[in-house]
Design a protein around this ligand. Structure first.
Ligand SMILES: *Cc1c(COP(=O)(O)O)cnc(C)c1O
Length: 233
């Protein structure tokens, strides 16, 4: 099987899972967008994906994402960045990213504000919400649900930064449903203050069905489309 056939098969399987999940959830499939996460996979795979009709790709590491973005210029893709982002990398990432899924603290908003002020380039932002069970928040990545409104207001106040919605990652090794349900609640509250913040980025290879059940508008899928990830270096 050629790489193209392999990727086409993975893509087809994931698209069918999304259609089936929408059917089960009673949702219209046009409301769920697939972002194919290409981290650790080569730019050649991104080109194959574009040929197969993928419009949105996701990365999670700088500078890998930057190099791939420049190798894939002209394909008309929308570039998502969903990884942990250090404040001192914010300006670099804002230069090539269209949708940033991992805004989780005020200082990062301020760094992004300075970056878009210089670049004059619009950046759609999602607030990443920590979905660890209440009382078990490990202080890892993601804003606490109660901190989301202030963070969203801070984003919305900056010209060229757009508060587009929320993103979440369900805790590993547990039922993802309660986490995605909490995320849906946070998203609903957010839309009351910011009606344009309609994106819910949730669901990966292992849990996209549960995410669709709780309103995901964007699923971020890597392995189930592209196969086993090459080892992280
Ligand atoms: C890698 C990654 C994904 C995709 O994960 P898979 O399990 O390969 O589908 C989604 N979101 C983020 C933030 C990631 O880093």
């Amino acid at each position: 099987m050629s790489r193209r056939e392999e990727v086409a098969a993975g893509l087809d399987a994931v698209r069918r899972r999304i259609v089936e999940a929408c059917r089960e959830a009673g949702r219209d499939e046009s409301g769920v967008h697939l972002v194919v996460v290409t981290k650790t996979f080569p730019a050649a795979d991104v080109r194959v994906l574009a040929e197969l009709g993928v419009t949105d790709v996701g990365e999670s590491r700088h500078p890998e994402a930057m190099h791939k973005h420049s190798e894939c210029a002209g394909l008309g893709l929308t570039w998502h960045f969903a990884g942990a982002l250090q404040t001192n990398k914010a300006a670099d990432v804002a230069r090539y990213t269209d949708v940033l899924h991992s805004v989780d603290r005020p200082r990062l908003v301020d760094a992004l504000a300075r970056a878009v002020h210089r670049s004059e380039r619009r950046l759609r932002c999602l607030v990443q919400v920590n979905l660890d069970p209440p009382g078990e928040q490990s202080g890892r990545i993601g804003a606490k649900p109660e901190d989301v409104p202030a963070l969203a207001d801070r984003l919305a106040a900056v010209r060229l930064l757009e508060i587009a919605g929320v993103m979440g990652i369900a805790p590993l090794g547990r039922d993802p449903a309660p986490a995605f349900e909490r995320l849906a609640g946070v998203a609903e509250d957010l839309r009351e203050r910011h009606p344009g913040a309609t994106m819910i980025s949730a669901g990966m290879s292992g849990d996209l069905e549960a995410a669709v059940r709780y309103g995901a508008t964007h699923v971020r899928v890597g392995g189930a489309v592209l196969g086993e990830r090459p080892l992280l270096r």
